[in-house]
Design a protein around this ligand. Sequence first.
Ligand code: BGC
Length: 727
Amino acid sequence: MRDIEERIKKLLVEMTAEEKIGQLIQCGPSLVGAFEVSFEELLDMMFDGRISQEEFGKLMSTATQDFHEDDIRAGKIGSFNGIKNAETANRLQKIAVEESRLGIPLLFGYDVIHGYRTIFPIPLAESCAWDPVLWEKTARIAAIEATAAGVHMTFAPMVDVAKDARWGRVSEGAGEDAYLTSVFGTAKVKGFQDDDLSREDSMAACIKHFAGYGAAEAGRDYNRVDMSMQRLFEEYMPPFEACVKAGARAVMPAFNDINGIPCSVSRWLLTDILRNRLGFDGMTVSDSNAIAECVDHGIAKDRSEAAKLAIEAGMDMDMSSNVYAENLPALLERGVISEADLDRAVTDIMRIKFELGLFDHPYQTSCEREKETLLRPEYRACAREAAAKSMVLLKNEGVLPLKKEIRIGIAGELADQRAEMTGAWAIGANGDDCVSIIDACNASNINYVYTPGIENGVVNKKEIERLSKNCDVWIAAVGEKKDQSGEAASRADIGLPKEQEDLLEALLQTGIPVAAVLFNGRPLAIPWAAKHVPAILEAWHPGVEAGNAVLDILFGDVNPSAKLTTTFPYTTGQCPMYYAHINTGRPGGKGKFTSKYLDTPLSPVFPFGYGLSYTSFEYSNLSIRQEEDMLHILVDVKNTGKAAGEEIVQCYTGQKTGRRVRPVKQLRSFEKIALDPGETKKVSFDIDVKNLGYYDWNMNYTVDRGAMEIFVGTSSVEGLKADIVLK
Ligand code: BGC
């Protein structure tokens, strides 16, 4: 470490101001030729639906791209976003290392969110596996693939706690709970970075979006965040803190403002909190164009002021907005910003380049390595395992598992759309790699008939009736397309579209049992389906092995074990809806003047932590003992059904009174256990009382010693509870 700091100091002495500023610049390749549009604009076009992801891929591969080679040579670029093959990465790196004056290597960043080429389930789905070993493993594979393609840093994991299902980016994180997101983020950081960042298959993790982005008002992307400090630090900060502790080397500040100051220019957030309080010593990189957007926020009068505010706040690297390149030279010359701020930013970035080993091994991959690494069979096998472990059985009235010889009818276009299976933010993906339900049926010789079921927005009842003669069960693939969640994909109505409900209704009318398979990137409000459809499997956007994993569950080759990490409300109007709410002075109930809605039930359709299995579990003998500051909690869990299965045992606490109102329940720990039929296991949780605190009115962290409820269960609502008094 000391060696690195020495090397950085020596380098700084040699660098001109222009070269220093160059290191702070991250850009993407621009596209030239027939269509003169920048990489960022093209990305925008994909996200706002002007072009599809496939078209984006084609354009990127066929377009003439301008990689700003002269600027690299002149030392004006420190990093790229969007380089996605070894050949280009090495070519550009060669220019930086051999043709620029100081030979400082480039840093290649990329959004490797849930796999690079082998696409795993979207993070929200994977979080439902409650399985840190799996979370780490899929991140490791993503890192092996991405680094083989030349990537050094991933803009992941996203550890934004998200309680509002309207927000499209709930798909990119681990759901609504701060503790679960902390465990998830820690596993991802470990998986991406492994234990030695300088190894060629390790990549730096850039945690995002710091902070509070998941609380965008009304679930509308990029919207303001206005909340108490207590809430920010209790409910939104813990995952960032956990990931910094786990050694995450980069942080991306969020687009939003917090209480009026955009994160990109918040010195309080980027220096006082991130550096001084959390002890972060890596680099910060802005979100795309975010520094420039401080002008639109109305916090900087022009781009020059935005640059000044950002660098002074502690923003090291400017992603895509070019405001640093345009303005820092003059700001420095006029003495408006200090050389010390510039040196700090350069030092932070150099530190990561050194740690990645880029100065010693600038070419970390080769075309051969890339070719033999992507989409290996064992990675696909892991993607299948991850997908099956992520699928939540929401309802099952005797329909599932299916018998092998059954004839199935499949309805819904999502059953036959490979590329939709990747979900949001899978930009390294090739949709054709994906196995759809139809592909999986063909490969396993399943006896099936298929209809999209809906034509021009209308259900084709005749076709459904005709096909019903040849099947014993209907599988309906419904939900969302991949572009309906993710960035800039907030929805004001999270229900199933009318035609999909019509389809389900038409299938039910055939009198044949129906199982709905939901493909979606956020919780959906499905009260009608939950009431009428006898079996529902939440498959999310499951990745490359989608169809195989769905069949694994439907046919019972894998017993479902996943549990929701996000609440499913009745209706969009209940959003944000989450289990760890407070009671209010008038807890919701039958009485008129209680906290509730007139037109919707108080409880969710499916609560946090909920998920069924093909077997059943029984909880007994909950016991709690406090020894000094440790709570030792024991419970017996028995498999009372006929199939072997896995159960996710969840441990919550609920503080009865406090100096500030407390959530009714908070997840504190969990354990996934495998049980054979009839088998009982003792599950233990050791909880440090010091971690049960909260922030009082004056922002002092306090741990109260008083009445507390301990709740251990199969979900956030079903389980055993015991009252204790904390000593
Ligand atoms: C997103 C980030 C992402 C970045 C770079 C932005 O639009 O908010 O999450 O990492 O683009 O592609």
